[in-house]
Design a protein around this ligand. Structure first.
Ligand SMILES: C[S@@+](CC[C@H](N)C(=O)[O-])C[C@H]1O[C@@H](n2cnc3c(N)ncnc32)[C@H](O)[C@@H]1O
Length: 275
C-alpha cells in the first residue's frame, strides 16, 4: 500500500473515538491539517485499480448475490434510483474506508445506479474532489441521515454509529417508504445481541422496533483483509412483512434525540465548518 493510502488502523480509530467528543473533533481537525492532501488524479487511478481487483473478488461476487437475494424478498421489482453513503470515513487516509469505497463504487456500477450522494463530516477537500471526479454528489449539510425516500434507494453505512441508522428509519417510518429502503450496514441481529435492551433503546429504538419485520441477509466476510467488511448485512423491509399502513405501530413520533453518541451532530458540524 502506498503512502497515499496510508492506513489509520482500527485501533487508532477506536482510540480516537474513545476520547472526549470535543477533543476528538479538535484532534481530527489537527490531524487533517498535519496530513498532506493527496494528488487527486493519482488517487483516482489507484482507486480504479482497486475497483478492478474488488470486482473480481469472491467477496464482491458473493455480496452481489446476497443483495440480489434481498431484492428478491421485496415484492415490487424496482431499480435503484439512488445510492446514499453515510459515514464511509476518510478514505484517502484510512484503509477500511478506502476498500469500502471501492466496494460501493463497484456496487453502484453493477446496478447502474445513476445518482450517488456521500456524506461524512470528516471528509476533507481532496476526498470531496475524488468523489466529484467520480461524478458523485456530496451533501453540504449534515442531515444526520434523516433522509426520506419515495423510490428504491440503496444506503451504505458501514460500521456507522447506530443512531444514523435509527434516524434513517425514523425519517421513513411509513410502510410505503420503508419498502424502498435497502440498507447495507451493521447487522441488526448482532446489534440486538450486543447489549441489554434498555441500553440499545438509547440510540437504536427504531432499529429494535422494526427488527421483527426486517429481513436480514448477512454478507459473508471472506475478504482478504480483516476488519473491513466484518459484521455487515443487507436489510430490507418487504411490504408484506410490515404492519398495515393504518396500524398504530406507525403513529407519528418525535425526532429521536441522543446523548453521548458517536455521531457528529449537525450542530457540531456547523461549528467545525465555521472555525
Ligand atoms: C466507526 S467510523 C466508520 C468508518 C469506516 N466506515 C470504517 O468502517 O472504518 C464512523 C463514521 O461515521 C462518521 N459520522 C459521524 N457522524 C456522522 C454523520 N452525522 N453523518 C455521516 N457520517 C457520520 C464518522 O465521521 C466516521 O467516519
Amino acid at each position: 500500500m502506498s503512502e497515499e493510502f496510508r492506513a489509520v488502523t482500527r485501533k487508532k480509530w477506536m482510540a480516537r473515538r474513545a476520547i472526549n467528543p470535543r477533543l476528538r473533533k479538535l484532534s481530527e481537525r489537527s490531524i487533517e491539517k498535519d496530513e498532506k492532501e493527496v494528488d487527486v488524479d493519482a488517487f483516482l487511478k489507484r482507486l480504479e485499480q482497486l475497483c478492478t481487483q474488488m470486482v473480481g473478488s469472491d467477496y464482491f461476487l458473493q455480496a452481489m448475490d446476497t443483495v440480489e437475494e434481498s431484492l428478491n424478498a421485496l415484492t415490487e421489482k424496482e431499480q435503484f434510483t439512488r445510492l446514499l453513503c453515510f459515514g464511509i470515513g476518510p478514505f484517502t487516509r484510512n484503509f477500511q474506508a478506502l476498500h469500502q469505497l471501492a466496494f460501493i463504487i463497484c456496487t453502484q456500477r453493477h446496478y447502474c445506479i445513476k445518482e450517488a450522494i456521500y456524506f461524512d463530516p470528516v471528509f476533507r477537500e481532496s476526498e470531496k474532489q475524488v468523489l466529484q471526479g467520480l461524478s458523485c454528489a456530496i451533501m453540504t449539510e449534515n442531515c444526520e441521515a434523516k433522509y426520506a425516500v419515495d423510490e428504491r434507494t440503496l444506503f451504505y453505512l458501514p460500521h456507522c454509529p447506530n443512531c444514523l441508522t435509527n434516524n434513517l428509519l425514523w425519517s421513513n417510518w411509513r410502510p410505503h417508504q420503508m419498502k424502498n429502503l435497502v440498507l447495507i450496514n451493521n447487522s441488526f441481529e448482532s446489534l440486538s445481541l450486543s447489549k441489554p435492551e434498555r441500553w440499545l433503546r438509547l440510540d437504536s429504538g427504531y432499529i429494535l422496533d422494526i427488527l421483527p419485520y426486517a429481513k436480514e441477509f448477512q454478507l459473508e466476510d471472506d475478504y482478504e483483509t480483516h476488519n473491513v467488511f466484518n459484521d455487515l448485512s443487507v436489510h430490507v423491509f418487504p411490504l408484506t412483512s410490515l404492519p398495515a399502513e393504518k396500524d398504530r405501530f406507525w403513529s407519528e413520533k418525535e425526532a429521536p434525540t441522543y446523548k453521548d453518541v458517536e455521531m457528529i451532530s449537525a450542530e457540531e458540524f456547523t461549528k467545525l465548518s465555521i472555525k
